[in-house]
Design a protein around this ligand. Structure first.
Ligand code: XUL
Ligand code: CO
Length: 453
């Protein structure tokens, strides 16, 4: 179902990013700041084109709606597509800017929350009409450009009604409203041919157990996901549903803490067949994990669906959502993704924002070009490590004692605890075996430094 249509530059009435043309692959030797040095969408690596490996998507909320405000200060960016007073006019301007931006980058996807596309109105019925109207406009732009939807979602965390949660709210009226919003967002995603649908549990969590019946809230969350799945499947939706784990922020305790927690939840509530995971870098690090760790946990369970690309900051614990730029770390991540056989259904969504003081229009391009190129380099490095270095062999040899004899008998369930006791007494203390970590780290460094185009 991957969107492989050619991407056509698509402008609206106004050209917003004047002076910036279509971003092209120029190779590592290029000095042009507005060019890809490594991302060559048609280049085949490990059996797939780069375009198919990544399915890069622009995140509507950060890139088109983000105005640079933070808890300490007012917006710093006054983009021209944000100026119209009429909400539908503004939504259409924003969509023109979105398609100009996405098609200039040559990308095939975007991701959105319902109310990224149009502002929420005073009533549900009016909001629904606004969404239907922008959906028709989006369909026109998508047909003209070839751009598709990687995933849609509903914003169940910004409005004050969700301050105590959405599906896990202690008040049924709020749960019902969240259900209505998810129904509308599913309809919208399906109308736009969206390939997947995401649930990030924004305020599905709690601040204090003193006022929280945790078990009941978790039961409600599962019930809610069952209803959403049943509705979408009945309408013929064949894409994947993803849960996006995050340990905290905005809630102190979030129910979808990390990949392992969500996997357990999906198993407990009979949702494991229909839901996969959308792993976000900065959410992994907020949970005191590394990104590759979270990817591997998801892959172990067969649930590695999609990723939200960004990075945190080593000096603080917030969800800073910076654009990815660390080649060493991303190479380790791409090793996990390649060995898992790729992402199932999803792609790489830039859930990342430029800094508050990045106020020029071209900053959006620098950010995305940098993120895209670092992924492309990481893919090339990881592929070389897997195919041309002793990386796999060194790791495999650490487990060689399970390949035959008594080790294999243990692995295949043929030994009892008493057998382990007998074997240990017989073989006695064995020589220590090195983990070879530094040698493996040097292999990564060597391959990120010596990349042939
Ligand atoms: C919040 C976050 C969201 C989800 C979509 O941290 O990552 O943007 O990706 O709701
Ligand atoms: Co995200």
């Amino acid at each position: 179902m991957t969107n492989l249509r050619p991407i056509k530059l698509t402008l609206g009435e106004t050209e917003y990013f004047k002076g910036i043309g279509k971003i092209r692959f120029e190779g590592p030797g290029s000095d042009h700041p507005m060019a890809y040095r490594y991302y060559d969408e048609n280049r085949v690596v490990a059996g797939k084109t780069m375009r198919e490996h990544f399915k890069f998507a622009v995140a509507y909320w950060h890139t088109l709606c983000g105005a640079g405000s933070d808890p300490f200060g007012a917006p710093t960016r006054f983009y021209p597509w944000m100026q119209a007073k009429d909400p539908m006019r503004q939504a259409r301007d924003k969509m023109d800017a979105a398609f100009e931006f996405i098609t200039k980058l040559g990308l095939a996807y975007f991701c959105f929350h319902d109310f990224d596309l149009v502002p929420e109105a005073e009533t549900l019925a009016k909001s629904e009409r606004r969404l239907q109207s922008i959906s028709a406009y989006a369909r026109e732009k998508m047909a003209a450009s070839g751009v598709g939807v990687l995933w849609g979602t509903a914003n169940l965390f910004s409005h004050p009604r969700y301050m105590n949660g959405a599906a896990t709210n202690p008040d049924f009226a709020v749960v019902a409203h969240a259900g209505a919003q998810v129904k509308i967002a599913l309809d919208l995603t399906m109308a736009l041919g969206g390939e997947n649908y995401v649930f990030w549990g924004g305020r599905e969590g709690y601040q204090s157990l003193l006022n929280t019946n945790m078990k009941r809230e978790l039961d409600h969350l599962a019930r809610f996901l069952h209803l959403a799945r049943d509705y979408a499947r009945k309408q013929g939706f064949q894409g994947e549903f993803f849960i996006e784990p995050k340990p905290m922020e905005p809630s102190k305790h979030q129910y979808d803490f990390d990949a392992a927690t969500v996997t357990g939840f999906l198993r407990e509530y009979g949702l494991i067949k229909d839901f996969k995971l959308n792993i976000e870098v900065n959410h992994a690090t907020l949970a005191w994990h590394s990104f590759p760790h979270e990817l591997q946990v998801a892959a172990n369970a067969g649930l590695l669906g999609s990723i939200d690309a960004n990075r945190g900051d080593y000096q603080n614990g917030w969800d800073t959502d910076q654009f990815p730029n660390n080649l060493y770390e991303l190479t380790e991540a791409m090793l996990v993704i390649l060995e898992a056989g790729g992402l199932q259904g999803g792609g790489v969504n830039f859930d990342a924002k430029i800094r508050r003081n990045s106020t020029d229009l071209d900053d959006l391009f620098h950010a995305h070009i940098g993120g895209i190129d670092v992924f492309a380099r990481a893919l090339l490095a990881a592929d070389a490590i897997l195919t041309q270095s002793p990386y796999r062999r060194i790791r495999q040899e650490r487990y060689i004692s399970f390949d035959d004899g008594e080790g294999l008998a243990f692995e295949t369930g043929k030994l009892r605890l008493k057998d382990l006791h007998n074997i240990a007494r017989r073989i006695g203390e064995q020589p220590l075996k090195s983990g070879k970590q530094e040698q493996l780290e040097n292999i990564i460094n060597r391959h990120i430094l010596h990349l042939e185009p």
